[in-house]
Design a protein around this ligand. Structure first.
Ligand SMILES: [Zn+2]
Length: 270
């Protein structure tokens, strides 16, 4: 599943191809993805000039004066800019035709993604109650301390709560907790201020590094067969339960926390 670094990498890869282009038309090959595709995508986008490509949490916003296309990649979605005449294949659900003869093509085999609409000056309900961006100045140890007060949920579930901080999925929650030496099972309200400060710093460091590593070439976004690069940093705990800890050599354990598989090192994380 694309996490925040992959979505940000996608944004950076697409923006130079989209900003300033005029939308000449929209081709929808099915009426729905996870939810019905917003009618405005076909009705309002054509004729508009793309002003910006932004990211909020794991949503991409393609801004025009008439409103913004709100795109989520779901589990398996991908966006590419390709020659508009490229034949559509299975799972190529939507094309936004551009004035340079190319198209922004949305592909999503599992169809957990979405194509929605945000009117100018409004905030879509999906974006209304989100916490701060993890790489923004608004997010840090003090924010975590304030939000964790009195909370009995496991700190890993707390970190993945989009109302606390956005865009932190299972991979980055596991890796940040390992880097900060915090047992993912302990209650969020019992983690000290010092440890939350460390956790916030480690999370920012890991996300920044993942975005840098995810830095794919522009070709990856313009090749019909290409897929955006994935975070290839060596993961230290995620998906490694039963293997050796790369820091202490002990065995990593697995647990289910908030219904999610979670690996951690019982020696390094307390
Ligand atoms: Zn260890």
């Amino acid at each position: 599943m694309p996490e925040l670094p992959e979505v940000e990498t996608t944004r950076r890869g697409l923006a130079p191809h989209l900003v300033g282009r005029r939308v000449e038309g929209v081709v929808l090959r099915r009426p729905d993805l996870r939810w019905p595709i917003a009618a405005e995508i076909a009705q309002r986008l054509p004729g508009q000039r793309i002003e910006a490509v932004r990211r909020r949490a794991k949503y991409l916003l393609i801004d025009t004066a008439a409103g913004s296309a709100l795109v989520h990649l779901g589990m398996s979605g991908a966006l590419r800019v390709i020659p508009a005449a490229t034949p559509a294949r299975a799972h190529d659900h939507a094309d936004v035709l551009l004035d340079d003869g190319r198209a922004l093509r949305f592909t999503d085999p599992r169809r957990f993604g979405c194509l929605l609409w945000q009117a100018p000056g409004e905030t879509h309900p999906l974006l209304a109650d989100l916490g701060p961006e993890p790489l923004s100045a608004a997010f840090g140890g003090e924010h975590l301390v304030a939000r964790a007060r009195g909370r009995g949920a496991a700190v890993k579930s707390f970190l993945m709560d989009q109302a606390v901080v956005v865009g932190v999925g299972n991979i980055y929650a596991a890796e940040a907790l390992f880097a900060a030496g915090i047992d993912p099972r302990i209650a969020a309200g019992r983690v000290s201020r010092t440890r939350y400060s460390r956790l916030a710093d480690e999370l920012k460091r890991i996300l920044r590094r993942a975005i840098r590593r995810g830095g794919t070439t522009l070709r990856d976004f313009t090749d019909p067969d290409g897929a955006p690069g994935r975070f290839e940093q060596e993961l230290l705990v995620y998906g490694r339960e039963g293997e050796r800890c790369r820091r202490c050599g002990g065995l990593l354990r697995g647990a289910r926390i908030g219904g999610r598989a979670s690996a951690f090192c019982p020696r390094c994380q307390r």
